[in-house]
Design a protein around this ligand. Structure first.
Ligand SMILES: [Zn+2]
Length: 288
């Protein structure tokens, strides 16, 4: 088995400032490339012995080692990432990024609660100089969506959280997404789909990606659209199994990486179709 080292390299000498993406497209490419690099790092780790090194350069200015003329360390992230609190999804690590690169908001189920919206508003209003992208990142096997699906499939389970306001607050927002995903699967596969052994898991995974896409759509409308078209919201699902970011692509097109959310009702209809018809969701319905 190979030894893998991920090194954050701080160089305190007078290095040129690390490049920041000039626009949302470049920011998206940087995150996609970073994630692919991270995923590939561990791809063949069991094949043979040896060492693999991944070096993430860190600008000394981002640690205050080379203060600018004002002597302060400015916050200058190029992307906001709204992710889940799940410990298996360490945001900077999975995108090969370091200090001062990402403005990270993490909350169970990556939903748009009031503190999340407040943090997004702060970022958009105060970090506009460098900020180019807002990412909503779900992940496979998300516990929050799993709980929502289980409440949807067995409503008596809702009683366990009915009196717990803090948990209910997260769950209630997700139930609509689960309902929409369930309807789409009925339409795509017929009424018998609910009896297939992998249905629960397929519904969980369809709900996870729909939740991320809906949140990204909301963020695009609420924050990005008014920001001189320089800011773009995108979404994706981090797959614990492969460490890659996935979204359904129309026509069954293969590929990894983040994508823009649907733009309108018709876009969401196409999106729902792409989710239901994706290899990933189909694989759950075939298994077990
Ligand atoms: Zn989660």
């Amino acid at each position: 088995m190979k030894t893998v080292e991920i090194i954050y390299r701080y160089e305190a000498r007078d290095t040129p400032a690390r490049m920041l993406p000039p626009d949302s497209r470049t920011a998206l490419l940087r995150l996609d490339e970073g994630n692919r690099g991270f995923a590939a790092l561990l791809d063949h780790v069991n094949d043979e012995s040896g060492e693999i090194q991944q070096i993430i350069p860190v600008d000394p200015r981002d640690l205050g080692l080379l203060p600018d003329e004002t002597g302060t360390l400015k916050q200058r992230p190029f992307a906001v990432i709204l992710g889940c609190s799940d410990a298996r999804v360490p945001i900077e690590l999975i995108f090969n990024e370091g200090p001062n690169d990402l403005f990270v908001i993490r909350v169970a189920g990556n939903g748009l609660g009031s503190e999340v919206l407040g943090s997004l508003k702060y970022a958009v209003e105060h970090l506009g100089g460098t900020l180019k992208l807002i990412v909503v990142l779900g992940h496979s096997g998300c516990g929050a969506l799993t709980a929502a699906v289980d409440s949807f499939l067995n409503p008596h389970e809702y009683l366990a959280v009915a009196t717990q306001h803090a948990l209910r607050n997260i769950l209630d927002r997700l139930l609509l997404v689960v309902q929409a995903s369930a309807r789409k699967m009925l339409a795509a596969f017929g009424p018998d789909v609910v009896h297939r052994p992998g249905y629960r898991q397929a519904l969980i995974e369809a709900s996870i990606v729909t939740n991320a896409a809906l949140a990204a759509y909301t963020v695009q409308q609420e924050f990005a659209a008014g920001a001189n078209n320089e800011l773009q919201a995108v979404y994706g699902v981090y797959l614990l199994e492969t460490r890659e970011v996935w979204v359904p692509r129309p026509g069954g097109v293969k590929g990894t990486g983040l994508a823009a959310p649907p733009r309108d009702v018709a876009g969401f209809a196409d999106f729902g179709e792409a989710v239901a018809r994706s290899d990933r969701i189909a694989s759950y319905l075939k298994s077990e």
